[in-house]
Design a protein around this ligand. Structure first.
Ligand code: CDP
Length: 223
């Protein structure tokens, strides 16, 4: 691919965004950026530092001296670092997801994250996933995709992700967490999760992982 391209992928928890994007990026030689991992890393940082993240008064001020980075390797693995610490697994804890809205609903935190994401994306062709990538971060993206799936399918996928990590989780608890986080993400004032008018909608409930990957690669090849 000669020109620099930006692909924005949004959708609710468990819709398959990150695994699909990683594979597409590895296959097509794109850089993958996981925006949700940055909101998770910020939440983890404050939980680790203060215990109770509700008590953080001016998060952006505290974040000024912290370095966030992400490394995507050609085998399709994405790792997230806070300063020099690899937090990739720590940020996947359900307790982090539970507290994330404290920071993802803060406009200064969002501005801080958006500036970081745009600067990371400025040099090469990228695929980035999140909640507001096609609407706020890159409204001029070359291709926008909205990945969706039923709550049941998304719950199943999340439970499997945890069990692949050796964790036994209660399915009902995960389903409720997903429903609650979707509600918060969709109804918040700031950068809510919504399909951009020009995004391609893909319901992945009945599709295999490979089928979704192929669909997206086809759309990219047409650019
Ligand atoms: O992996 P999962 O789909 O559950 O979520 P994630 O992509 O890791 O994002 C975790 C949370 O971060 C979301 O539920 C949003 O509240 C927030 N987020 C956001 O506000 N904006 C983004 N661009 C990405 C994530």
């Amino acid at each position: 691919m000669n020109k620099r391209i930006v692909i924005a992928v949004d959708g609710p928890a468990g819709s398959g965004k990150s695994s699909v994007c990683k594979r597409v990026a590895a296959d097509l030689g794109l850089q993958y950026i996981d925006s949700g991992a940055i909101y998770r890393a910020i939440t983890w940082f404050f939980m680790d530092k203060y215990g109770d993240p509700d008590k953080v008064e001016n998060p952006v001020l505290s974040l000024r001296d912290v370095t966030f980075s992400q490394v995507f390797d050609s085998s399709g693995k994405s790792r997230t670092f806070v300063n020099d610490k690899d937090v990739s697994l720590l940020i996947r804890e359900e307790s982090v997801a539970k507290n994330i809205s404290i920071f993802s609903e803060n406009s200064e935190v969002r501005d801080f994250v958006n500036a970081m994401l745009r600067s990371w994306a400025s040099k090469e062709s990228i695929i980035m996933d999140g909640r507001d990538i096609g609407t706020v971060v890159f409204p001029d993206a070359d291709l926008k995709i909205y990945l969706d799936a039923s709550v049941d399918v998304r719950t199943e996928r999340r439970v499997k992700e945890y069990s692949d990590l050796g964790k036994n989780v209660d399915e009902n608890y995960i389903r409720n967490q997903i429903i609650q986080r979707d509600d918060k993400d969709k109804s918040r004032q700031l950068a809510p999760l919504v399909k951009a008018w020009d995004a391609v909608y893909i319901d992945t409930s009945q599709l295999s992982f490979e089928e979704v990957v192929e669909k997206i690669k086809e759309l990219i090849k047409r650019l």
